[in-house]
Design a protein around this ligand. Structure first.
Ligand SMILES: [Zn+2]
Length: 166
């Protein structure tokens, strides 16, 4: 595995851990991307491209100064959107979104409670010494990261890449 692929493995490990702790592993596979082209106000966004094609795109510029806790809270925010999409909902920051934030322990301006699902996710990251923020920086620093992100997802997370003839 290349260094970029090792870093992608860390990001997907974080997503898998969060999916398992926060949603009993029920969220669908989702491609993770780093982008330098997001507006400076956008930390990340989640996309339902139809046909089970879900993506979370992180702002690679912001990732330069994020620690693991901040990065994981952004990932959790986008995974709540993924949860909405998986239920056939449009997304947005309505009541269902806010209730889910509260359930996970993500209350703005407050520390994440240790006994909340996100508190446990952060604990597991410390225990396993997983550093997704650093991994995100390493991925973004690779000039070929875009192609590697796509290939890694189809090879490791979803089987053969249908866009590359297997
Ligand atoms: Zn949002």
């Amino acid at each position: 595995m290349s260094e970029t692929e090792c870093s992608l493995a860390v990001l997907y490990d974080s997503m898998r851990t969060m999916n398992r702790i926060c949603w009993q592993g029920s969220l669908p596979p989702c491609m993770l991307r780093m982008s330098f082209r997001l507006s400076p106000r956008t930390g990340a966004y989640a996309q339902d491209r139809g046909g089970g094609d879900f993506r979370i795109v992180f702002n690679a510029v912001h990732a330069r100064y994020q620690d693991d806790s901040v990065f994981l809270q952004i990932m959790a925010h986008e995974m709540i959107h993924l949860w909405q999409y998986s239920l056939g909902r449009k997304g947005g920051h309505g009541r269902d979104f806010c209730n889910e934030q509260i359930r996970l322990g993500l209350i703005q301006g407050r520390e994440i409670p240790q006994d909340s699902p996100m508190g446990y996710v952060l604990f597991l990251h410390r225990l396993k010494e997983l550093h997704p923020a650093e991994a995100a920086r390493k991925i973004a620093a690779d000039p070929a990261h875009g192609r590697t992100e796509i290939n890694y997802f189809y090879r490791v997370c979803k089987g053969p890449n249908p866009f590359r003839g297997g």
